[in-house]
Ligand binder design. Structure first.
Ligand code: C5P
Length: 220
């Protein structure tokens, strides 16, 4: 199925760290022409900036940073170190910080008719009325192997046991926080990337569900 120029479609993708959500959501966005936003990258950028500038008033500082943020530049500034990952999940607990990033995400979603946002609270808080919601799951061991492979490309000294522990701590912080925890929305479809043997199988499953939704919404 294809989305036409005049069609609107909102996709939410949530899941824990290294569950496969970014890969899945990016491929689907490209296939169906959805504007893609990784909210994790926004949180990582906020954390990077706070670590770098140590401002007195974090919220005021972030408000001004996010006002002039060019999202397309975030991929090239190395936001996946373990220090940034850890600090990100600490600042992500703070409601006032989440509110700044929420505004950025809401503005992004209302600017584009076809959009996909990926993160932890997209289906529950940011886009509760999304046309379709995916919730990605897999075991900690599989997620850790995935993240280890990614990080090893950039840093040869990385140790699997540490990657797994960091991921476990971060997931625990994300599911147990009071504000916007990682949570499956009741109407989200589960994508178990531990059971799907490869990316092609994951994409096929997602496309089938997307096609059904588009058909339901627009007919043929
Ligand atoms: O998705 P990614 O692993 O890049 O996210 C990094 C961190 O940002 C998460 O561990 C979480 O603490 C925070 N985050 C969040 N809400 C989102 C997206 C990310 O709290 N919607």
């Amino acid at each position: 199925m294809k989305l036409k120029n005049n069609h609107k479609f909102v996709l939410a993708a949530d899941g824990s760290g290294a569950s496969g959500k970014t890969t899945g959501a990016k491929i689907i966005s490209r296939k169906y022409g959805l504007k893609f936003l990784s909210s994790g990258l926004l949180y990582r950028f906020a954390s990077h900036q706070l670590l770098k500038h140590k401002p007195k008033n974090k919220v005021k500082f972030l408000k001004s940073k996010f006002k002039k943020l060019n999202y397309n530049k975030l991929n090239n500034i190395g936001l996946h170190s373990s220090k940034i990952s850890e600090y990100t999940s600490i600042i992500a607990k703070e409601k006032k910080i989440r509110d700044v990033l929420k505004k950025f995400q809401k503005d992004f979603a209302s600017k584009h008719k076809k959009v996909c946002i990926e993160g932890r609270d997209i289906g529950t808080v940011i886009l509760p009325k999304a046309d379709l919601k995916f919730f990605f799951v897999c075991s900690l061991n599989i997620a850790a192997k995935r993240r280890y492979k990614e990080l090893k490309k950039k840093n040869k000294k990385i140790i699997f046991k540490n990657v797994k522990k960091d991921l476990q701590n971060r997931n625990l912080r994300d599911v147990s926080r009071k504000n916007s925890p990682l949570l499956k929305s009741r109407d989200a479809v589960i994508v178990d990337t531990g059971k799907l043997r490869n990316i092609t199988m994951m994409v096929n499953k997602m496309c089938k569900i997307m096609d059904r939704k588009i058909l339901d919404k627009y007919g043929n």
